[in-house]
Design a protein. Structure first.
Length: 512
C-alpha cells in the first residue's frame, strides 16, 4: 500500500505545500516522489521585520491559506499524523509567535514546528545530498559553499573537500534588507550596502574556509531556481548549471526592473518580485568572492529535506555521511579555538571505547553516542580564553556556536557535559539543569561521567593509555592498561573524577 505524506512550510514570503508518495525500492532504502505542490504568498516577513509582530490581517491570511491546503491534503486521504507543518525565520523571530502558533493550532489542528537555523541547515544538506547522490564527486572533490538567501535569513554551509567546515545562519534576508534600504534611493548605494555587509561576513568566516579557495558554488532557494531554469542548463535530473558571467549579467540586469516587470517576466507574485533583485544581488556578491566558474542550482528545498529526514528506512550511506559531517563540524570548531587536537582525539577515542564496551551493561542509548563524541572533541576549547575556569568558557563557546546536524537542545547538552568534565564541577550546578526533562538529565549525567573518566586517562595530555581492556566485577569496573609506564598521575586524576561515574552507574572504577 502506498503511503502519502504532506509538508506545509510557513515562510517569510509565502506558505508552501508539498505532497509526496513513499515508494518501495529494490534497495534497503525507501524512495519517494512528489505528487502535488502548491504555494501562496503571504507578507509574514514584511510584518515581522517592520513591526516585530505578525499583524491580524496577515494571521487571517495564513489561516485561510492553511485551510485551503487542508482541503487539498484531504483529497489525497493523508492521515493527520503524516502532515508536518514547519515555520522558519519570520515566525521564529516574531514577538507574538506563541499567540500566532496557538491560533493556528486552535483553528486548524496543526501544531507548528518552528525550526531554528541549525535544523534548517541540516534539512538543506539532506536535500542537496539527495540531488547530488549520483554525482557525489561534486561535493567530495571541491571546496564548496551551499547558500540559500531567504526572506528572513541566509543559510550558509562551507564544505572543504566533502567535509563540513562551518555552518552559519545570517540575519541577512531579502525582506529584512528591503526594509533597511527603504531610505536608500540609489541602486548603486543599495549594492554598496549589500557588498560591504557580505564582505564583512566573508572575512569573519575566512578562518573556517577561505572564500578564495572555494571553487564550487551551490545556490538554493526559489529565486536561484527561477534564473537557473530560465537561463541555465540542466545537467542532472534535479540539477541546473548557469555560468558565472551569465548569472552576474542577469543579476545586474534585473536591478533595472520594477517589481511589476519582475512579476510579469518571471511569473512570480508581486510580493516575491519586490525582493527578487535583492536576492540575486546577494548571490552575486557571495559568488564574486569565490573562484567558482558556475553556479549549481539543485531543484530541491527544505520541505524535501524534511521528507528525507522522516523516511523510516533511511539511506545507510547518507546516515554514515551525515554522522561524519557532524564530527567534521565539531573538529573545525575545535581547530578554530586552537584546542589541543591530540588530547581531544585521545579523549574521544577512550570515551567511545567506554561507550561501546558498556552500552548494554549501563543502559546507554545508541543515539547519544554522537553527543558523547562531540563533547569529547570540544570539552577543552575554553582554553582559548583561559585555563582558569576553562570549563565555563567551553560551555559558553559551545552554546554560542553552530554545530552542523545537531539541534539547539543537543548543543546545550554538549555544553553541560563540557562544563562538568572537571573534577570539582557537575552539570547539576547549572541553573537550568533541573528544568530539563528526566531523560535529558540522565543523558547529560551519563555522558559527563564517561568524559570525566576518559579525560582522567589522558591527564598528562601524552596519549599513553589508549590500549586498555575493561573487566566487570559485581561492584567494580577495572580498566587494565598495557605498557610499563607509571600510572600514578592517571590514578590520581581518576580518583578525582570517578565519583560521578560511581554515583550514576553504581560501579567503583579502578585503573591497573
Amino acid at each position: 500500500m502506498t503511503e502519502t505524506r504532506a509538508v506545509i512550510e510557513i515562510g517569510s514570503t509565502g506558505i508552501r505545500l508539498l505532497v509526496v508518495e513513499l515508494v518501495e525500492t529494490d534497495s534497503p532504502q525507501q524512495g519517494w516522489k512528489a505528487v502535488d505542490r502548491a504555494e501562496l504568498p503571504v507578507p509574514l516577513g514584511r510584518d515581522v521585520f517592520t513591526t516585530g509582530v505578525v499583524s491580524r490581517d496577515t494571521l487571517l491570511s495564513c489561516l485561510h491559506i492553511i485551510h485551503r491546503f487542508q482541503e487539498q491534503i484531504k483529497s489525497w486521504d493523508i492521515a493527520p499524523f503524516h502532515v508536518t507543518v514547519i515555520a522558519t525565520s519570520a515566525l521564529r523571530t516574531a514577538r507574538n509567535r506563541d499567540a500566532v502558533l496557538d491560533r493556528i493550532m486552535v483553528k486548524t489542528g496543526y501544531r507548528v514546528q518552528v525550526i531554528d537555523g541549525i535544523e534548517q541547515n541540516r534539512l538543506m544538506y539532506l536535500a542537496v545530498w539527495n540531488c547530488f547522490q549520483n554525482n557525489l564527486s561534486f561535493l567530495q572533490e571541491h571546496n564548496s559553499i551551499i547558500l540559500e538567501v531567504g526572506g528572513g535569513a541566509t543559510d550558509i554551509m562551507l564544505i572543504a573537500q566533502g567535509q563540513i567546515a562551518a555552518v552559519h545562519t545570517l540575519r541577512l534576508g531579502t525582506v529584512s534588507i528591503e526594509q533597511q534600504l527603504k531610505s536608500i534611493s540609489s541602486a548603486k548605494d543599495t549594492n554598496r550596502f549589500l557588498e560591504d555587509y557580505i564582505r564583512v561576513m566573508r572575512t569573519s568566516m575566512s578562518q573556517e574556509l577561505n572564500f578564495s579557495n572555494i571553487t564550487q558554488f551551490i545556490a538554493m532557494g526559489p529565486d536561484a531556481q527561477i534564473i537557473a531554469k530560465t537561463y541555465g542548463v540542466k545537467i542532472a535530473p534535479k540539477l541546473w548549471q548557469i555560468g558565472r558571467g551569465e548569472f552576474t549579467r542577469l543579476a545586474e540586469e534585473v536591478q533595472s526592473y520594477s517589481a511589476e516587470e519582475c512579476a510579469l517576466k518571471f511569473k512570480i507574485s508581486y510580493s516575491e518580485a519586490q525582493t527578487f533583485a535583492i536576492s540575486l544581488m546577494a548571490y552575486k556578491f557571495f559568488l564574486q568572492f569565490t573562484q567558482a566558474e558556475a553556479i549549481l542550482v539543485p531543484n530541491t528545498n527544505t520541505r524535501e529535506g524534511l521528507i528525507l529526514s522522516g523516511i523510516q528506512q533511511p539511506n545507510q550511506q547518507l546516515q554514515e555521511n551525515f554522522a561524519a559531517q557532524i564530527t567534521a563540524s565539531a573538529w573545525n570548531l575545535a581547530q578554530k579555538y586552537r584546542a589541543d587536537i591530540n588530547h581531544a582525539e585521545c579523549v574521544r577515542h577512550i570515551a567511545l571505547r567506554l561507550f561501546d564496551s558498556l552500552k548494554e551493561e549501563l543502559g546507554l542509548q545508541e543515539e547519544t553516542r554522537i553527543i558523547l563524541e562531540v563533547a569529547a572533541i570540544l570539552h577543552d576549547i575554553g582554553m582559548f580564553i583561559g585555563a582558569d575556569n576553562h570549563h565555563l568558557h567551553s560551555s559558553y563557546i559551545i552554546n554560542n556556536s553552530d554545530i552542523f546536524g545537531l539541534s539547539r537542545d543537543q548543543i546545550d547538552m554538549i555544553a553541560q557535559i563540557s562544563y562538568g568534565h572537571r573534577g570539582n564541577t557537575s552539570p547539576r550546578d547549572l541553573p537550568h539543569f533541573s528544568r530539563q526533562d528526566r531523560e535529558s538529565r540522565i543523558t547529560v549525567l551519563k555522558m559527563t561521567a564517561l568524559i570525566r573518566i576518559a579525560d582522567a586517562l589522558d591527564r598528562g595530555h601524552g596519549q599513553r593509555l589508549t590500549d586498555f581492556t575493561i573487566d566487570f566485577h559485581p561492584d567494580t569496573l577495572i580498566i587494565r592498561c598495557s605498557g610499563t609506564h607509571s600510572l600514578v598521575l592517571e590514578q590520581r586524576a581518576l580518583a578525582e573524577k570517578a565519583d560521578l561515574f560511581e554515583a550514576v552507574f553504581g560501579y567503583k572504577v579502578l585503573l591497573s
